[in-house]
Ligand binder design. Structure first.
Ligand SMILES: NC(=O)c1ccc[n+]([C@@H]2O[C@H](COP(=O)([O-])OP(=O)(O)OC[C@H]3O[C@@H](n4cnc5c(N)ncnc54)[C@H](OP(=O)(O)O)[C@@H]3O)[C@@H](O)[C@H]2O)c1
Length: 284
């Protein structure tokens, strides 16, 4: 039987790198998606040293919808199917920055890029006999202030609130994806990896968030520890058929009330279809 094929975004660093390396060590064919080709190539060489499957590298910037569309086209053209999609790439930004389509970049990268990529790869996932989508969220989602009219272009930018809202969006998205695709067997789950010592937060140079980060960093998990729940949800037979759940330390946990809301999830999905021009892009 051929190897399972797994695509991981943000696979050159931190949790995504360890997830890619360990799934590759388990024998999956891994497609690494990185925004920087040079960093991606270095990481790929490291993974290839322990790989039991193929290790490919594609470059894409999840902030740019055009780049995501191109990435999905490349995946559809090069691979017969996709078995596992790990939506891992994500960041927090000190200052508001805007995507080519005019969305605040934390939301554009952490949610909209993930939403668009997943939807454009659904046909590839449909060809798998056991398709899984794993979305890396965070317990920081609990600090979100959910207002669908403000999340994509916040009037008053706060790094922490923008990040928390994007991670809340990750859970709402993963749950709605599970509900909409249960009829053909797609399993979609989200997770909190723990507080992990990675490059995450490197762009947050000053202020309260930076202070907390520097203070707490020595207590953080290693990337190896932080990747465990992603690896589990992507590959373990124990979670076969489990869908629509939020995991912490490999156990289902109840997320915040806002994150559980089916209304929030449906409304976010409908707006995200508009914000990404999904229907037009699916027809193209
Ligand atoms: N570390 C924690 O304590 C923690 C806690 C909860 C949740 N998380 C979540 O865990 C996930 C992985 O983060 P990490 O801790 O492993 O951080 P990391 O070491 O900074 O890795 C993040 C990855 O995402 C990539 N990325 C960022 N922006 C991108 C874009 N526009 N297009 C494509 N790729 C992009 C990065 O690429 P570059 O290397 O080129 O920047 C990097 O590969 C994130 O979703 C984060 O929100 C982390």
């Amino acid at each position: 039987m051929s190897n399972r094929i797994c695509l991981i975004t943000g696979a050159n660093s931190g949790i995504g790198f360890v997830t890619a390396r360990e799934l590759s060590r388990q024998g999956m064919d891994v497609i690494m998606v990185c925004r920087n080709a040079a960093k991606g190539e270095l990481a790929r060489n490291e993974i290839k040293a322990v790989a039991r499957g193929k290790v490919d590298l594609l470059t894409a910037d999840l902030a740019s919808q055009e780049s995501v569309v191109k990435l999905a086209q490349q995946v559809r053209a090069a691979y017969p199917r996709l078995d596992v999609l790990v939506n891992n790439a994500g960041l927090i930004l000190q200052q508001a920055e805007y995507s080519p389509e005019g969305f605040e970049n934390t939301f554009a990268i952490n949610h909209l890029g993930t939403f668009l990529l997943t939807n454009l790869l659904l046909d590839s996932l449909r060809r798998s006999d056991e398709p899984r989508v794993v979305t890396v969220s965070s317990d920081a989602h609990k600090w979100g202030k959910w207002d669908l009219n403000d999340v994509a272009r916040p009037k008053n930018y706060s790094p922490l609130v923008a990040y928390a809202n994007s991670k809340l969006a990750n859970i709402l998205f993963a749950n709605e994806l599970a509900r909409r695709n249960a009829n053909w067997g797609l399993a979609s789950n989200s997770l909190h990896p723990g507080a992990v010592r990675t490059n995450f937060g490197a762009g947050v140079g000053s202020g309260f968030v930076a202070w907390i980060f520097n203070l707490a960093r020595p207590l953080f998990l290693t990337a190896e520890q932080g990747a465990q729940t992603s690896i589990y949800l992507a590959g373990s037979p124990e979670v076969k058929g489990v869908s629509g759940k939020y995991f912490v330390k490999k156990m289902p946990k109840t997320p915040s009330r806002d994150a559980q809301s089916e209304t929030n999830a449906r409304q976010l999905w409908e707006k995200s279809v508009e914000w990404t021009r999904l229907e037009e892009r699916q027809r193209a």
